[in-house]
Design a protein around this ligand. Structure first.
Ligand code: AMP
Length: 311
């Protein structure tokens, strides 16, 4: 029995299902989570299927979360989408149930859950949810297709990053056949606010690049506050340094209100997730995140990137 069939079999055993995803959600986290919710609601209308987590203001146009009471977890099944490790699961009540399914495309360093669909060859978790639907011949509608397509576009940088495979295009092609408003979605996902456009200008103006193409920029709380930018707004500029041809790998250090730095790391060819893991983080080989608790640690992470680039 394939893992897709095993997951469906388990879903059929429960009347209540609650779907979680990672903190600081991106379009793939929301797209896979709510895409799966709507898929299950369409195919199993008698079941209660809820989604939980923080409503990220920059993504509520895509989908919103439900009110989930503690009592909803009684005899419920929990499915966690797009989340590599338990500390990053949004809403800790996932631990209240006795059966948990993990569906993810990040390296499987934390083998949590009772049934796991982890495929690091998938561009996104949304791609996996679409495959789950197709493999099990479940009914899909326009709004499900829109959510899953948005997730794939988000995690592949609109089919730019190397994780984009022939299968990704196949899945995206099937989703594109549904009648969601494609141009509105594409435009929305490509739009940035004026403040974010200015932040992008700041990134290009202040990017430090060494002779081997290792780059960094620091975004202080003062800069973010002065421009009325949130931490979530920085997601729109993470890819910006990579557009410069000389840049090979880069780190964007985003100062948090408590003074520590969230580090967003990217690389074109050489894996950098081992550096992220050494600094309270992790992620994909070419797209990782970490944390730095002092200016010295910021410098140390950049130093490690420079050494990688030199090799
Ligand atoms: P981000 O820069 O936040 O878009 O993160 C890029 C990737 O790194 C995400 O897909 C996450 O899987 C991973 N990541 C970010 N922060 C962390 C962290 N603190 N721990 C583990 N993985 C992380």
């Amino acid at each position: 029995m394939s893992i897709y069939s095993k997951i469906l079999k388990k879903i059929k055993e429960y009347d209540k299902i609650i779907i979680h995803r990672h903190m600081r959600p991106d379009p793939d986290a929301i797209g896979s989570q709510v895409g799966l919710q709507k898929l299950l609601q369409l195919n199993f209308p008698e079941k209660s299927i809820k989604v939980t987590g923080y409503d990220e203001p920059t993504l509520t146009w895509l989908a919103k979360m439900d009110e989930v009471a503690d009592s909803d977890y009684e005899q419920a099944l929990v499915i966690v989408c797009d989340t590599a490790n338990t500390p990053r699961i949004d809403d800790k009540r996932y631990s209240m149930v006795d059966f948990l399914i993990k569906i993810d495309h990040h390296p499987n360093d934390d083998l949590y859950g009772d049934l796991l669909l982890v495929d690091t060859d998938a561009s996104s978790t949304s791609e996996l949810i679409a495959l789950f639907a197709f493999e099990n011949r479940l009914e899909v509608n326009d709004s499900i297709a829109k959510l899953l397509y948005a997730g794939i576009v988000g995690d592949t940088g609109r089919f730019l990053y190397p994780a984009t495979t022939a299968r990704t295009f196949e899945v995206a092609g099937k989703l594109r056949q549904y009648a969601f408003n494609f141009s509105e979605l594409s435009r929305k996902m490509d739009s940035i606010t004026h403040q974010v456009a200015k932040l992008q200008g700041y990134v290009y103006d202040n990017l430090e690049v060494d002779e081997n193409g290792a780059a960094r920029v620091i975004l202080s709380q003062q800069l973010l506050k002065e421009n009325r930018l949130t931490d979530a707004d920085t997601s729109a500029i993470v890819g910006a340094p990579g557009r410069i041809e000389d840049v090979q790998m880069w780190a964007i250090f985003v100062e948090q209100p408590d003074g520590h730095y969230r580090v967003r790391m990217r690389s074109k060819f050489t894996p950098i997730n081992e550096i992220a893991k050494q600094h309270n983080g992790g992620g994909h080989p070419l797209a990782s995140g970490a944390n730095a608790y002092s200016k010295d640690e910021v410098d140390l992470i950049y130093q490690k990137l420079k050494e990688k680039a030199k090799k």
